[in-house]
Design a protein around this ligand. Sequence first.
Ligand code: MN3
Length: 382
Amino acid sequence: MKNIAVLGITGSIGLQTFEVIKELNNELRIIAISAGNNIDLLKEILDDYFVEMVCVRSGSDAYQLKQIYPKIEFVFGDEGLIKVATYSKADLVVNALVGFVGLRPTLAAIKAKKDVALANKETLVVGGRLVKDAIAEYKVKLLPIDSEHSAILQALQGNEHSSISKLIITASGGSFRDKTRDQLKEVSKEQALKHPNWSMGAKITIDSATMMNKGLEVIEAHWLFDVDFDDIEVIMHPESIIHSMVEFKDGAIIAQLGTPDMRIPIQYALCYPKRPYSKINSRLDITKVGSLNFKASDHHRFPLLRLAYEVGRLQGNLPTIMNAANEEAVSLFLADKIKFLQIEDLIMQACSEIPFVAEVDIEDIFYYDKIARQLVQQKGGY
Ligand code: MN3
């Protein structure tokens, strides 16, 4: 039995993780969880399933829940999140938090010698070096939940790292893939939130429409698989059937295919390297797929993808600035305070206006995260 802690259980990935674990209840068990402000949904989960520890955002929620569920230990806030991430009985921590807030719990879990299944790509974008060093020092596994990176991990099984020629990350192109830049000027939030293939949380759906998501994934892939940016390619693949591929030095390409069902990469991360039978994961009927289409990605049409390559290569404080600016700009867009294309503008401004610093430690990361957020709020919050 593998004991699992899930950070962010009430989000899209968290709920699907819950489904996967219930389906595989002979081998997987949830022992500790964190939830944000969605207390009603949390109660549904607790009425259905016993966990030993629960973290919520506020102390008053923790107190009230304790009256209803006296057998559960409730903790709260940032400190509570760390308690869940380092819970003594947990073997593996699923980090399904959204954004930079996931960095500290990831590092804490690794230092407590837990394997980490990571859906929180911002952790690696911002703290890639720190996470890699910690993984090496504490000898734990870091398993991707992101579908592209899960596909790459699957394609790499049985192959040597030295035989990799390049990673080929597929991109659906998001909600606005067929629009020109001119047409992007007046698009609405509702349009942006309609992803053609995947059903996901709001932040990542907007990131998909701007292609910031794919840029973040390029940086994530660099850290997960130790591959140079020159050898990571993004190609457009509107069907989202091939979740990514690896080209090897002999010319062979290995791809992983499936429906756009996140439960498959979640299960792979939780059970790695095993593949137990699951009746809930949706199956791809390959005879009904028809044709698959691919084309090169256009860095002019999607400038945030180009920016992510530059930021990834330069490192220093830039990944932190780009990520924080993106998180703030997406929040402003979701609050109807800025237009769609201003997301790009605000991120570019943050990256060019805040002075570059080549060497950063964890304190610097928190400092530049704050500076970039302030800059975007000032410029975008009129
Ligand atoms: Mn992805």
